[in-house]
Design a protein around this ligand. Structure first.
Ligand SMILES: [Zn+2]
Length: 434
């Protein structure tokens, strides 16, 4: 065969670009924030086969074939974690479409944005298909490690019932209970709840998200409403715990949070209107309150809201300072979450800055690393990855090398191309600004 033609055929048969391979990297002279403490310590870190192979104050020999990076006193932190994303919910208002192709295109864009800001793990609080997590994991698609919840589970007229007011009920009309391009499932009753949870688990959800009370962006449910019934909550919790995982639930009020906690929910999302007694109940039951600051401060200005949505946004925001006080008073695990939807994802770095008004930079960095990792570990045996969220020998090499010190001024993350030199996800360089 003629040689150029052979080459041409060969090129055609080449497989697509193989996933990036984790390199052997020796980070020398770093100042380490390991994800747990308050201060930096000097040392050297060896990354090999996707893992943190060695952390030492003494020099580490460079393995054959490895790459030496002289960090010259730059700060090294674990990769960041966002506990509340909707990675498939970023189609801007005006381009409004829940078509999966459009959602997927924007999900890829936002995934890149997260990597550029040092985020190596996301817990999706509903809407993203678990297949997206597998795509990121394969390395074929660039994105943080994703812990998907699958479709959010909502009762009729609950926070996940995103129909138009006169749109017929899918189940009562004999159609599929999935709405919004599969991002939510409308279920009522124990049997349908069990089926919806198990269906999510079948697809690969690592935890289950239920709508446990009134919401801001939904049209039918006032904030005070209780959703769903205790028996339905227990059914979701049972089906999740049978797979060794847990339920996280959207809720604001004391009444809703009390019902959820008493029926086995282990992670409350938002929680802005709880009172002191409910905060104590949360702490006594070792439940997490995963809350978010920036989204609630910007919600009322977001395009596409009705007057009713805006009223509800103002109502829940009133509780935010009190909730922060209660989280601190009872030392409730909160982690780091954003809930930024649509184009609001661009506010991601502001979540650090806003938190630093209430917590020290080291505390905020702990929230975004070890504390969030602890929450994600509640997925038990469904967490197929090794340990991450701290700089420790044997843990996954999710690392951020900073040019500027976030412990001195956490707002440096707002300009990542200047503040961040390198981001590693499982030992693979995913962002390089050197
Ligand atoms: Zn959310």
């Amino acid at each position: 065969m003629h040689r150029p033609l052979l080459c041409l055929l060969f090129i055609c048969w080449l497989p697509v670009q193989p996933p990036a391979v984790a390199d052997t990297l020796l980070l020398e002279n770093v100042r380490i924030f390991d994800g747990t403490g308050d201060r930096l310590r000097d040392g050297h870190v060896l990354v090999e086969d996707g893992l943190i192979r060695a952390v030492s104050e003494d020099p580490i020999p460079l393995p054959a074939g490895g790459t030496r990076i002289e960090a010259a006193g730059r700060v090294l932190t674990p990769g960041f974690i966002d506990l509340h994303t909707h990675i498939a919910g970023h189609v801007p208002v005006g381009l409004e479409s829940r078509h999966p192709v459009v959602q997927g295109a924007f999900a890829a864009k936002v995934a890149r944005f997260y990597l550029d800001h040092g985020f190596t793990t996301l817990r999706d609080a509903g809407g993203a298909p678990p297949a997206l997590a597998r795509a990121f994991e394969s390395g074929e698609l660039e994105g943080p490690r994703l812990f998907p919840s699958g479709a959010v589970i909502s009762q009729t007229a609950g926070h996940g019932d995103w129909r138009e007011i006169h749109e017929p009920h899918p189940v009562l009309e004999g159609r599929s209970p999935y709405i919004g391009g599969g991002s939510a499932v409308i279920v009522d009753g124990v049997a349908r709840t069990l089926a919806a949870v198990r269906e999510n688990l079948k697809y690969g959800a690592t935890q289950i998200k239920i709508m446990g009370g009134g919401g801001v962006m939904s049209d039918f449910d006032p904030i005070h409403t209780l959703q769903p019934s205790p028996a339905e909550i227990r059914a979701a919790v049972q089906a999740a715990s049978d797979w060794d995982t847990y339920v996280l639930a959207h809720a604001y009020t004391s009444e809703a949070v009390t019902r959820l906690v008493e029926n086995g929910v282990r992670c409350i999302e938002h929680g802005l209107l709880i009172d002191d007694a409910t905060a104590k109940l949360v702490k006594d039951n070792d439940v997490v309150i995963s809350t978010q600051l920036v989204i609630f401060r910007s919600l009322a200005e977001m395009p596409g809201l009705t007057d009713r949505n805006r009223e509800k946004a103002a109502l829940v925001l009133e509780g935010q300072e009190n909730l922060i006080r209660l989280i601190k008073k009872y030392d409730i695990t909160t982690g780091f979450g954003t809930d930024l939807i649509s184009s609001a994802y661009k506010r991601l770095p502001q979540e650090f800055t806003e938190r630093a008004r209430y917590w020290t930079p080291a505390e905020v960095l702990r929230q975004a690393t070890s504390e969030s990792a602890e929450v994600i570990r509640m997925a038990g045996k469904l967490n197929r990855h090794g340990p991450f969220g701290e700089i420790r020998e044997g843990w996954l090499a999710d690392l951020v090398l900073f040019n500027e010190n976030p412990l001195e001024d956490i707002s440096v993350i707002e300009v990542p191309e200047r503040a961040i030199a390198l981001v590693l996800k499982e030992g693979v360089v995913v962002t390089d600004n050197r």
